[in-house]
Design a protein around this ligand. Structure first.
Ligand code: ADP
Ligand code: GN1
Ligand code: MG
Length: 370
């Protein structure tokens, strides 16, 4: 995606319904997809207020209007549920700030789409688990999110990225990337390529179960990494699920699995020293417990049984996506150094291997909470 220019940022700021004097503006967060800024305004003598401004990634999300329709629909629905439950709708769900025409997005003169959210105060999004309790609370919150949306009219949701977690289809895309080898990088990563090819069964497992009607589609988040949840700085509760770009019909096991891949790892997603990377069974167990509590009995026996498989499939898929992007010249995920996507791919494959060696333990843990 083209770098965002100074002029574009100024234009966007001028076109949202903000008041007060802009005091500070800085790039924010560590998401791999959108360009996020934190703006601080001073409103007369009333003090300062922060907001989030984002340029949406128009290459990845090619229909930002549909996407924002999903976000507005889901957040309005959640808002009502939160109010019913006596919660604070300004902190417990995202709230869009309209542009000057009253729309939930602004299109700038370069054709890029922007949106703005109220800033969730006194809460943190973590890139790695610092306290195990935070991970447990994030599990409860992601489980809750799924439960709260259980009756959301799924047919009104647009598919913002086609086949987002269709691992079978991603396997084919990966093979094409290897065959084309546009950057001439394939020979240097044969070991990683072989790792993917040797596990085609992992790519197929959920597609086959869906084909046979053995698992249900639900409204899911589809990008449940730890930094997509805000943890309250005082209570330690997971108060708000953010990054709603990929809320679509999907699999409960994917939401569970993506959290494990990112949060139960003992190292960062881009750690270069693979000896530091493993899947913590303590964190895995905490997440199983929290997620099932949050889901409140909504999952079928089969879905619960398949949770370890969800962790393995999502970790494998993510590693394959990083490797595909590396082979294609790093056009999808933001990279901050040479070989960044390859480093990320390697941590994911190390995690998959580690899960394979701990498979019986993972299954035994899930059985404890069935
Ligand atoms: P990406 O798709 O690039 O990951 P996100 O929507 O997840 O974009 O935003 C990136 C980061 O910005 C988040 O991880 C979080 O730290 C921060 N963030 C996003 N929205 C808010 C918000 N409403 N309040 C506070 N922080 C936010
Ligand atoms: C991206 O947007 P962000 O940074 O929360 C990606 C996820 C990957 C993740 C890997 C829309 O998530 O699917 O699992 O990076 N989101 C999209 O860290 O592709
Ligand atoms: Mg994010």
């Amino acid at each position: 995606m083209r770098r965002v220019s100074e002029l574009q940022i100024r234009e966007a700021i001028a076109n949202f319904n903000y008041i007060g004097r802009l005091k500070d503006r800085r790039p924010y967060g560590s998401g791999h997809i959108n360009d996020t800024f934190l703006l601080t305004f001073e409103i007369g003598d009333m003090g300062v207020i922060k907001v989030i401004l984002q340029r949406m990634n128009g290459e990845i999300f090619n229909n930002p209007i549909d996407l924002m329709e999903n976000v507005v629909g889901v957040t309005a629905y959640l808002r009502e549920k939160i109010i019913e439950n006596g919660g604070d709708p300004d902190r417990e769900t995202l709230n869009t700030i309209p542009n000057k025409d009253g729309r939930s997005y602004y299109v700038d003169s370069k054709g890029d789409y922007w949106r703005s959210y109220k800033f969730i105060t006194d809460a943190t999004s973590y890139d790695q688990v610092e306290k195990p309790e935070d991970f447990y609370e994030s599990a409860v919150a992601f489980g809750n999110f799924q439960r709260l949306l259980a009756d959301y009219p799924a047919e009104t949701l647009h598919e913002t990225i086609k086949g987002f977690h269709d691992t079978r289809a991603r396997f084919q895309v990966f093979k094409e990337a290897v065959a084309k080898d546009v950057c001439g990088r394939a020979a240097s990563v044969q070991k990683e390529i072989d790792f993917v090819l040797a596990r085609e069964d992992v790519a197929n497992v959920f597609g086959e179960l869906l084909d046979r009607g053995e698992i249900p589609l639900r409204v899911t988040h589809n990008d449940t990494k730890l930094n997509n949840i805000m943890i309250d700085n005082f209570t330690g509760k997971g108060i708000c699920v953010i990054d709603l770009d990929t809320v679509m019909p999907g699999l409960a096991m994917h939401d569970f699995g993506d959290s494990i891949r990112f949060g139960a790892s003992t190292a960062a997603e881009d750690e270069k020293d693979l000896s530091k990377v493993s899947c913590s069974m303590e964190l895995f167990e905490l997440y199983v417990k929290g997620f099932l509590e949050g889901c409140g009995g909504k999952l079928t026996k089969k879905e619960v049984e398949l949770l370890p498989m969800g962790a393995k499939v999502m970790t494998y898929e993510c590693g394959m996506r990083f490797l595909t992007d590396y082979l294609e010249g790093d056009h999808y995920f933001k990279v901050h150094r040479e070989g960044h996507n390859l480093d990320r791919c390697r941590t994911q494959f190390k995690l998959v291997e580690d899960m394979e060696s701990k498979w019986d333990t993972m299954q035994a843990i899930v059985r404890k909470y069935e």
